[in-house]
Design a protein. Structure first.
Length: 397
C-alpha cells in the first residue's frame, strides 16, 4: 500500500510555487476592490500651505525645481546610451512638456501631497511613448484581492477613468510616496507635518494685516469717568464717538494719529504689544519649523536668527546633498523598475556631474585623488566614478 501511495505522489503534477505576502492579504479582506480616498483634504492643505504661506511655497518650489533640473540618463549594458528609445522618451515625455516641466509637476505634488503619480501611455506594440504627471488629489488607489493596488481611479469633474494593472502584471501608473507609518496606500506630506507651524505663520501674517488696517486704533476700551454725578453718555454722544473713531482713527492713513480724549474719557489698552508677545521671534520660529519639515536650510529662505550653517554656500551644499539628491536618485531607481520592465537591460540614473551646486564636492574629490600618488590611474578613475570608457559616468548608483 505504501508503494502504491508513493507511485501516486510521483504521478501527481508538482504544484507551482507561489510567493506572496500573507500579511498583506489581511488588508485585502476589508479593502479589496473599493477605492481608498486620500486621508486628508489635500486641496485645503495646498491652499493654506502652498498658496497662502510664502515659506512653504518657497520650500516646495526650491525642492521641485532643483530635483527637476538634475539630468536623467539611460544606461544600456552598463554604458551610457544617449540614442536609446527610453532616453528619447525622457527627453520629450509628451507633446506639451519637456522632462524638467514634467518632473517639476511630479516633485511639486510629491512635496505638497506626499504622493507623486506618473502615467505611461503605450503605443500599439505596448511600448511607452508618452509620460504624464497626474494630480495627487484626483487619484484613488483601488486595492486588489491580495492587498496590493490593482488599479487607480482618476476623477475629474464627476467623471472617472480607471487605470488597471495589465495581464503581465505591469502597472501603467508609477506611484511614488513619502513614508507614512499610518497608511498602507498613501504617503505623508511635509505640509501635514508642518501644519501647526503653517497655521501659526499664517496667523502672524493675518495679525500684521489687521494691525495695518487698524493701525491708529489698537485694541482697547474708552472708559468714561461719568463726571461728578455719575451720569452716562447719551445715545447721541455714544454714536458720535463711535463714528469719530471709525472715520478718523482707523486705516493705514491714520497710522500714528493721536487720539484726543476729553470729557472724562480714559484709554485702557486690552491687548499685548508685539514685543510682549515675542511676535517676531515666534513668526521666525514657525518659519524654521516649516523649513525643517521640508529639509530646506533656513538661510536659503532668508530666515534670520539661525546659526546652524556657517554661510550660504554650506547651506546650499547641504540642501542638495540631503534633500535633492536622495529624492532624484529614488525617482531614478523607481523609473528603472517601472519602465525598465518594458525595455530590456536598461537602467536610469542621475547625471550628478552636470549639477553646478555639487561642483565643489567633485573638485575636492579630484584633488584628493590627484594627491594620492600611490594609486594607479585606473584606480583613480574607478574611485572618481568613471568606467572603462572616457565618457562613461555612472553617477547615480
Amino acid at each position: 500500500m505504501a508503494l502504491f501511495q508513493r507511485a501516486q505522489r510521483r504521478d501527481r503534477a508538482p504544484v507551482p510555487e507561489t510567493k506572496d505576502s500573507k500579511v498583506q492579504r489581511l488588508i485585502a479582506l476589508t479593502l479589496s476592490g473599493r477605492p481608498q480616498w486620500t486621508p486628508r483634504n489635500y486641496e485645503a492643505l495646498a491652499r493654506e500651505g502652498f498658496a497662502r504661506n510664502p515659506v512653504a511655497y518657497r520650500c516646495v518650489r526650491l525642492i521641485a525645481e532643483a530635483a527637476a533640473s538634475v539630468p536623467l540618463v539611460v544606461f544600456e549594458a552598463g554604458r551610457r546610451s544617449p540614442n536609446h528609445p527610453l532616453m528619447r522618451l525622457l527627453e520629450r515625455p509628451n507633446p506639451e512638456q519637456g522632462l524638467p516641466d514634467l518632473l517639476e509637476a511630479f516633485f511639486g505634488g510629491l512635496q505638497t501631497a506626499g504622493n507623486g503619480y506618473l502615467e505611461a501611455v503605450q503605443d500599439n506594440q505596448g511600448q511607452p511613448f508618452e509620460l504624464y504627471a497626474l494630480r495627487s488629489d484626483r487619484m484613488k488607489v483601488v486595492p486588489g484581492a491580495r492587498g496590493w493596488p490593482e488599479a487607480y481611479d482618476y476623477s475629474v469633474g464627476g467623471r472617472n477613468v480607471r487605470l488597471t494593472r495589465q495581464a503581465d502584471g505591469w502597472m501603467p501608473v508609477l506611484h511614488l510616496k513619502l513614508l507614512n507609518p499610518l497608511n498602507d496606500y498613501y504617503g505623508f506630506s511635509p505640509l501635514e507635518a508642518a501644519a501647526f507651524a503653517v497655521d501659526v505663520h499664517n496667523a502672524s501674517g493675518a495679525w500684521n494685516k489687521a494691525l495695518l488696517d487698524n493701525a491708529a486704533r489698537p485694541s482697547g476700551a474708552l472708559v468714561y469717568g461719568g463726571g461728578e454725578g455719575g451720569e452716562r453718555l447719551t445715545d447721541d454722544q455714544f454714536e458720535r464717538l463711535k463714528a469719530e473713531l471709525t472715520e478718523t482713527h482707523s486705516g493705514t492713513a491714520a497710522a500714528g494719529r493721536p487720539l484726543l480724549l476729553e470729557g472724562g474719557l480714559d484709554w485702557k489698552p486690552m491687548s499685548l504689544s508685539p514685543a510682549d508677545m515675542d511676535f517676531i521671534d515666534g513668526k521666525h520660529a514657525a518659519a524654521r519649523e516649516i523649513a525643517l519639515a521640508f529639509g530646506v536650510p533656513p538661510p536659503l529662505l532668508g530666515i534670520p536668527g539661525d546659526s546652524t550653517y556657517a554661510n550660504f554656500k554650506e547651506a546650499n551644499s547641504a540642501f542638495w546633498r540631503h534633500a535633492v539628491v536622495p529624492l532624484t536618485e529614488r525617482l531614478a531607481r523607481a523609473l528603472t523598475g517601472w519602465l525598465g520592465a518594458q525595455f530590456a537591460n536598461v537602467r536610469i540614473g542621475c547625471d550628478l556631474d552636470a549639477v553646478p551646486a555639487l561642483a565643489p564636492e567633485r573638485e575636492a574629490l579630484w584633488a584628493r585623488l590627484e594627491a594620492a600618488t600611490f594609486l594607479t590611474p585606473e584606480e583613480r578613475r574607478q574611485m572618481a566614478g568613471l568606467g572603462d570608457g572616457a565618457v562613461v559616468k555612472d553617477a547615480a548608483l
